[in-house]
Design a protein around this ligand. Structure first.
Ligand SMILES: [Zn+2]
Ligand SMILES: [Zn+2]
Length: 234
């Protein structure tokens, strides 16, 4: 822990709670009851085995049917629903970055492919959006996952060069069109032949994930995996 983070921890201590039910805990972490509740909900909803969308218990779904072979699969932990959606809103729109370690630790429990990954890359924000928000929540999640797995993370290789409008409310075709050439790779040599894990907070239709994966592959990455905190319910 750096000197600055010790000082900031003294002034603004991280709440020792479960981020979902807000119950008091010894440290910031998801409680056992919420884990059990999540396991039951995951089982009830079912999940697409390729992209992790909830409510679609099949091998592929309409979101991922056209994914190329080099896109291996995406793992999503919680459905975009009730307390999980609230936590994401707190993180993204109320700038509650202190929540990320608990969410990233939960994501790690569901990450089945640690040994296959050479490099972690967070889904980037455009610099305008970054300025507005002050941080990239996917980068915070990626940092924690990198620190816990010892897999290197790089925030500067994949860049969002287009400031695309919000995707909410758009159909799949418009989303894809919106994101065409939205990303670029800065130093292709650094991803050549590598298996990359893309980290994002949410997978909705998978359009952003797919476009990032395509850009990475075009620039030499071998395989792309995904790990997202949440995924939509079909
Ligand atoms: Zn809880
Ligand atoms: Zn799918």
């Amino acid at each position: 822990m750096s000197f600055l983070s010790i000082i900031s921890e003294l002034i603004f201590p991280t709440p020792r709670i479960c981020p979902f039910c807000k119950k008091k805990m010894d440290k910031l972490m998801v409680c056992q009851e919420c884990r059990v509740k999540l396991a039951k909900l995951r089982e009830k909803l079912g999940q697409c085995r390729r992209c992790g969308s909830f409510g679609s218990p099949s091998v592929v779904c309409t979101n991922c049917r056209t994914w190329p072979q080099y896109v291996k699969y995406n793992v999503a932990v919680v459905p975009y629903y009730e307390e999980y959606r609230e936590v994401l809103h707190l993180l993204k729109f109320q700038k509650q970055g202190w929540l990320t370690p608990a969410l990233a630790d939960l994501m790690l429990d569901f990450m089945p492919f640690k040994e296959s990954i050479d490099l972690i890359i967070p889904v980037p924000l455009h610099k305008n959006r970054f300025r507005e928000r002050g941080f990239n929540q996917s980068a915070l999640l990626a940092n924690r996952i990198s620190a816990r797995t010892n897999i290197p993370v790089n925030h500067r290789l994949l860049i969002r060069q287009l400031d695309t409008p919000h995707q909410t409310g758009l159909d799949l075709a418009s989303r894809r069109k919106n994101l065409l050439n939205a990303f670029k790779v800065e130093k292709p040599l650094e991803i050549k032949g590598k298996s990359v894990l893309l980290i994002d907070d949410t997978l909705t239709t998978g359009t952003t994930f797919l476009e990032c994966a395509k850009t990475l592959h075009k620039n030499g990455a071998k395989n792309i995996y995904g790990l997202t905190f949440a995924a939509g319910i079909k």
